[in-house]
Structure formats: C-alpha cells, structure tokens
Write a protein that binds this ligand. Structure first.
Ligand SMILES: [Fe+2]
Ligand SMILES: [Fe+2]
Length: 154
C-alpha cells in the first residue's frame, strides 16, 4: 500500500467534500431547470453532475488505495438562484473553489516531491479549468452585454 503526507490525505478529503457539494448542487439545478421547463439546460447540468460524480469516484478510489476511509464531512448547502444565468454564476464560484483547491494541493505535492499525487491533483485541476471555461462561455452567450465581466479561464 502506498502512503501519503497527512496534508495530502486532508486535501483528498476536502476535494471529496467539494466534489460531492458540486454533485448535490448541479443535480438540484438540473431538477430546478426541468421544473422551469428548460429541458435542454437541465440535461446539460445532469451531464455535469455525472462528471463531478466521476471526479468523486476517482478521489474515493485514491483514498481506498491509501488505506483511508473516505468521509466528506463538509457537504455545503445548495446555493440556488431564480434564473439560469444566476445558477451558472453560482456554479462558477464553486468551480473557482475547486480550481484554487486543486492548484494548492498540486503545488504542495510538488513541494514535498510526491509526484503521484501532484499528477493526480493536476489532472483534476485541468478538468475543472476546462469546466469553468465552459460555464463562463455559456454565461457570456446568455448575457452578451456582460461579456467583459466574464472571466474565461483556459
Ligand atoms: Fe469536479
Ligand atoms: Fe467541475
């Protein structure tokens, strides 16, 4: 069994909390959009929910490989809005938190020479950066007049 620095284990636990928070939030938003009659956006949110589920699964598998019990202790309440752009803005905030977390976790792993986990967190970082860019583009299509305020990240 491989081992990891306690801070790496803590970073995995916090990552799981954030990913499962995203699952809960995007699933709720998908259901809300269905109620609002926007099936196409609802389907897109549901696909995003599946992506965050897959991220959660990768983290759970990594924790099991390290011999620790996954426990997401800080699942946050779902943040909601009254329209689609409002939901997307909230989701961009959550993606920002994931990006900051993965960037910091990857940086720490590189610092201590843990290349396995540096790579693990770096891959998740890059996927969330792409996701964040998708959300920012979608938002700018909905609110072209606010385009200059939307920060696209690649
Ligand atoms: Fe994710
Ligand atoms: Fe994401």
């Amino acid at each position: 069994m491989t081992s990891a620095h306690p801070r790496v284990l803590a970073a995995l636990g916090q990552a799981l909390s954030l990913e499962l928070t995203a699952v809960q939030q995007y699933l709720t938003h998908a259901s809300l959009l269905e109620v609002w009659g926007d099936q196409s956006s609802s389907d897109r949110f549901r696909r995003e929910t599946v992506e965050e589920m897959q991220h959660s699964e990768r983290i759970v598998k990594r924790m099991i490989a390290l011999g620790v019990a996954p426990s997401a202790s800080q699942l946050r309440p779902v943040a909601t809005a009254t329209d689609l752009p409002g939901l997307l803005e909230l989701n961009n905030l959550l993606e920002d938190q994931l990006i900051v977390h993965y960037a910091e976790a990857a940086r720490f792993c590189r610092l201590i020479g843990d290349s396995t986990h540096a790579e693990f967190f770096q891959e998740l970082l890059e996927e969330e950066q792409l996701h964040s860019g998708d959300i920012a583009r979608w938002l700018s299509e909905l609110r072209p007049h606010l385009q200059s305020q939307v920060r696209a990240r690649f």
